[in-house]
Design a protein around this ligand. Structure first.
Ligand SMILES: Nc1nc2c(ncn2[C@@H]2O[C@H](COP(=O)(O)OP(=O)(O)O)[C@@H](O)[C@H]2O)c(=O)[nH]1
Ligand SMILES: [Mg+2]
Length: 221
């Protein structure tokens, strides 16, 4: 019984990997930078994407993953971002997105003139890290209110990402967290991680994020 379950999981993961590779090649050929943004719920993913839509000259499209509601998609659409919402609730409430769902969503989006296609993954640090979506870069966001230990407790999300955004730095005076310790914990599970710090509230660090995004757009054009 247990053996059979493992086989099914491997089959799902292998099928996912095939679609992921197709997507990675497709968006590379189209000159679109394809990004996967993962984090715990509430760390500030949608807020940063809203700011990106409002403050940058880059053309952004987002595939939005949530169990229920189109609340985030509505926020992003208001910021002028082309967005398609995936809800997993009607299909069992999965806590991650798979490459085939992302492919189907991308087919429904007008990607003409788009510089960045971003997946805002379903909020948690566990399941999304197990499914390659074919993105060129995985980014993980970690807000200072989550505590210093989360990279140690949920290492896979940090091991499978190349870019880490420490968010809500305006709240540092109110929590027992230091940026140095957070950075050290991220680097202890992934020594190569590129880390930036932002506060969407004060705007501090948002330029650094936009510069990084622009450099990725140029590299993938
Ligand atoms: N203080 C502070 N709050 C923030 C910041 N970024 C986002 N928030 C708030 O955090 C909450 C969750 O943000 P949201 O973008 O929905 O997180 P998501 O679930 O990761 O998409 C909202 O109430 C935001 O206003 C920030 O930089 N500083
Ligand atoms: Mg969100």
């Amino acid at each position: 019984m247990e053996k059979q379950e493992v086989k099914v999981m491997q089959k799902i993961l292998r099928a996912n990997e095939r679609v992921a590779e197709e997507l990675r090649d497709e968006f590379a050929a189209r000159g679109i930078f394809f990004l996967n943004l993962m984090s715990s719920p509430g760390s500030g993913k949608t807020t940063l994407l809203q700011a990106t839509g409002l403050e940058s000259d880059m053309q952004l499209a987002v595939i939005e993953g949530d169990v229920e509601t189109a609340l985030d998609a509505e926020r992003l659409a208001e910021a002028g971002i082309r967005v398609l919402q995936i809800n997993t609730g009607p299909f069992g409430g999965d806590c991650h997105l798979e490459a085939s769902w992302v492919r189907d969503a991308a087919r429904q989006l007008d990607l003409d003139g788009i510089d960045v296609l971003c997946v805002e993954n379903i909020g948690n640090l566990i399941c999304p890290a197990c499914f390659d979506l074919g993105t060129h870069i995985n980014a993980v966001m970690l807000s200072v209110t989550e505590g210093e230990d989360k990279p140690l407790k949920y290492p896979l999300a940090f091991r499978t990402s190349q870019f880490c955004i420490i968010s809500k730095t305006d709240l540092l005076p109110h929590v027992d967290v230091t940026i140095e310790r957070l950075r050290a914990n991220v680097h202890s599970v992934n020594p190569d991680m590129h880390i930036i710090e932002i506060s969407a509230r004060t705007g501090e660090g948002v330029d650094t994020w936009l510069d990084w995004l622009r450099s990725q757009v140029a590299a993938h054009r």
